[in-house]
Design a protein around this ligand. Structure first.
Ligand SMILES: *Cc1c(COP(=O)(O)O)cnc(C)c1O
Length: 356
């Protein structure tokens, strides 16, 4: 740290992303990426013409991409916001709808970035404990005096709320923005997008990083009523109007055009997830019921950290959170069938050796 850093940021505890090691080839099940490549159309769209135009700025209005997303979600273009990853959008939302001196409410166990954005913007973080079984008690989110943020499905638990439950949270917070982070919704959750027409306080945040195989392109979008979107645009135009590069814009449009390719991949991942869940349970693991592209699992008698380390030694990367209530668990991203077969064999061997 330099002696010049703004006082307000000295204690800021930045988000720690999952490892992206370069030392050797791992079976990489630690950052919830898709194991499948982008669609052939997407790959083709980028490798041609656009690269030679990189000397020119991209379209700051992202017109084509907004149009494609608006059609896909049956909304108007002015109900769509796009930016450089959904983390960027969440950052904007904390700034726009909470801000310095404001408050935000979210579960004690959820996406780690929410807390970081609170610290960054001087927002008071109110962390509401999940129930013993890691589910969300919706009544705890009624009549809050600040922005409510819920990942649905939640991360890293994979559990989800029903549309009725989301609706009740919206009904009971009519003067607050409710952000539903749907990073994993395409893997079996119920999307709140259909509620947008009736709830001016709803902002749904989505990403191309998980279900659309484009974590490396950095592309996220938010859907909500036109005024909320205008607020986000205002922040975008006050920070980085060209936040989405040319190649990513093209990739995004093409990904929406090959939507069925991506949604079929989600179906495959769901099938693999259900298979792995069953197998792990047969091995004596406790596995939370997941609606995401990862599972959260633990086995009595083996610490999560130990399991994580042993898996890494054996060439498998998963995620472990050294955090109260969940330190016994590991989060396992669902890979291809072949990757998961290897994973199941390796984890079985590790557990047998541990217990001996
Ligand atoms: C992965 C993830 C994001 C971030 O996605 P990007 O679009 O890659 O920035 C946001 N929210 C949750 C809950 C996530 O797991």
């Amino acid at each position: 740290m330099s002696r010049f850093l703004n006082n307000a940021l000295i204690s800021l505890d930045a988000y720690t992303p999952g490892e992206q090691p370069r030392d050797k080839a791992y079976i990489k099940l630690n950052t919830n990426e898709s194991p499948y490549p982008p669609s052939p159309e997407t790959v083709k769209a980028i490798s041609s013409a656009e690269v030679s135009d990189l000397n020119l700025y991209p379209d700051p209005t992202c017109k084509e991409l907004k149009k494609a997303l608006a059609e896909r979600y049956s909304l108007n273009e002015n109900q769509v916001f796009v930016s450089n990853g959904s983390d960027d959008i969440l950052n904007f939302a904390f700034l726009a709808f909470a801000g310095k001196g404001g408050k935000a409410y979210f579960p004690d166990i959820s996406y780690g970035f929410y807390e970081v954005f609170c610290e960054l913007h001087g927002v008071t973080a109110n962390k509401i404990p999940l129930k013993q079984d890691f589910s969300i008690c919706v009544d705890d989110y009624f009549n809050k005096s600040g922005m409510v943020v819920i990942a649905n499905p939640n991360a890293p638990t994979g559990l989800c709320l029903s549309l009725e439950e989301i609706k009740s949270i919206l009904d009971n917070n009519s003067d607050q923005v409710v952000v539903i982070d749907e990073a994993y919704v395409d893997f079996g959750g119920q999307s709140a997008v259909s509620l947008i027409e009736n709830y001016e306080n709803l902002l749904v945040v989505e990403t191309f990083s998980k279900s659309r195989s484009m974590a490396g392109a950095r592309l996220g979008f938010a859907l909500g009523n036109k005024e909320l979107i205008e607020d986000l645009e205002k922040i975008k135009y006050s920070t980085n109007p060209y936040s989405i590069n040319r190649l990513t814009l093209i990739a995004g449009v093409s990904a929406i055009k090959s939507d069925s390719y991506y949604m079929e991949n989600c179906e495959k991942i769901i099938k693999t997830r259900d298979f792995v869940t069953k197998e792990l349970k047969n091995q004596g693991f406790v596995v939370l019921p997941s609606s995401a592209n990862f599972i959260f699992a633990k086995k009595d008698g083996i610490e999560g950290k130990k399991l994580y380390e042993a898996l890494k030694e054996n060439g498998v990367l998963v995620r472990h959170f050294n955090k109260e209530r969940i330190s016994d668990f590991i989060r396992i991203t669902i890979g291809t069938d072949a990757e998961m077969q290897s994973f199941l064999q390796i984890i079985k061997k590790i557990c047998e050796e541990e217990i001996k």
